[in-house]
Write a protein that binds this ligand. Sequence first.
Ligand SMILES: *Cc1c(COP(=O)(O)O)cnc(C)c1O
Length: 447
Amino acid sequence: MNSLRSLPSIEQLLQSATELIGTYGRPLTLDALRETLADIRARFKTDLETALPSTDLILAEAESRLAAWTKPTLLPVINATGVILHTNLGRAPLSRAAIGAMTEAAANYSNLEYDLSTGRRGSRLIHTESVLQKLLGVEAALVVNNNASAVLLVLSALAHRKRAVIARSQLVEIGGGFRVPDVMKQSGAKLVEVGTTNKVRLSDYENELADAALVLRAHRSNFKIIGFTEEPDFASLVETAHKAGVPVVDDLGSGALIDTARYGLAHEPTVQESLAAGADIVCFSGDKLLGGPQAGIIVGKKDLLDKVKRHPLVRAVRADKTCLAGVTATLLHYLKDEAEREIPVVRMMSLTADRLKVRAEAWRQALGVGEVVESESTVGGGSLPEESLPTFVLALSVKSPDKFLKKLREANPPVIARTENDKILLDPRTVFEEQDETLISILRSLL
Ligand SMILES: *Cc1c(COP(=O)(O)O)cnc(C)c1O
């Protein structure tokens, strides 16, 4: 008959657990051993015939607890969905230069807020400002945590308790919980809606411009209004607002700096066009079509941006040094006209169906199963709804597509794919070439 008394004591176990202590530290190891012993005692009490485990088995059980407790929950995954800016998969993967700059900033002290010429306190805002001035010809710029905070900050600084005019057709919700009217209310601005859901005219704006602090144009991003619609072109809206002495703020969202039409997509309004049309301030994301780290970029007129920079919220939404380094490195790719070669998001958009067909074909040959079929990749990330890029995918017929998708998600690294007509589709557009081998070996082990 077993007896709980023959179980080793915590002290004895700790003496045998030097390796675990070396890896996980003594307090956590002690915790794991205690829990493991308690578990064994409980199992024994419900079943007296149960065999008592050896010291080695107890240590192994403790180790699996320790491994589970310390396993990161944020894991790299292989994105085989063909959605380039998949918000749930972390939006834009970064260029090598951006990764390098962020690593440097993270590992070292820097002149983040230190003026090397005077030896005095400096401003973190200057690091991205000069490259944005050069690239976009703007007077001033400011980089904050994300575009949602950029819009909130600008409205708070310029329209708190004042009238902010916006078209009803732009009062949309973008992605997880960014609702334009709610953000406007949160800033303390008095929301003045003009026009109707589908139609807004210049005269609708004109009637409300007296005493307005600003006009906001919000890009509808992931939403499209079709049919009987009307909206004044942006340049005329700016002209009308300026005649009444009212500045115009443009929330562009994705913030394309290059014309997406060159990849056969619809034209996404660019930051340069918005500035050329006369926008006083333009806000956009760092990690959508720009292809950089999460950030909100605010560019425009100096007098307005000076007000924004002085607002107390600036401190609450400021970008950290790694973000500033990554944004600057990403913007430099545009300045040096090498975006398509260096920025993964742009490169993925530029891949032709012919090239992707070769990749999908190579996957099929390596696996010896499946078929290569025409399909569509999308941009995602709240940009270019209804638009797609022609691609070729590897289509696999499996018994239970849902179970297969689950197994792919449980792989190391997890693989995210999609199904269509009961087939598993794997799109090479969003899979890095250096991931091909890993992907193939995961698929082989599951098929
Ligand atoms: C995506 C988007 C936002 C939010 O930007 P985040 O960088 O995700 O905070 C705000 N406005 C528009 C128009 C957008 O498309």
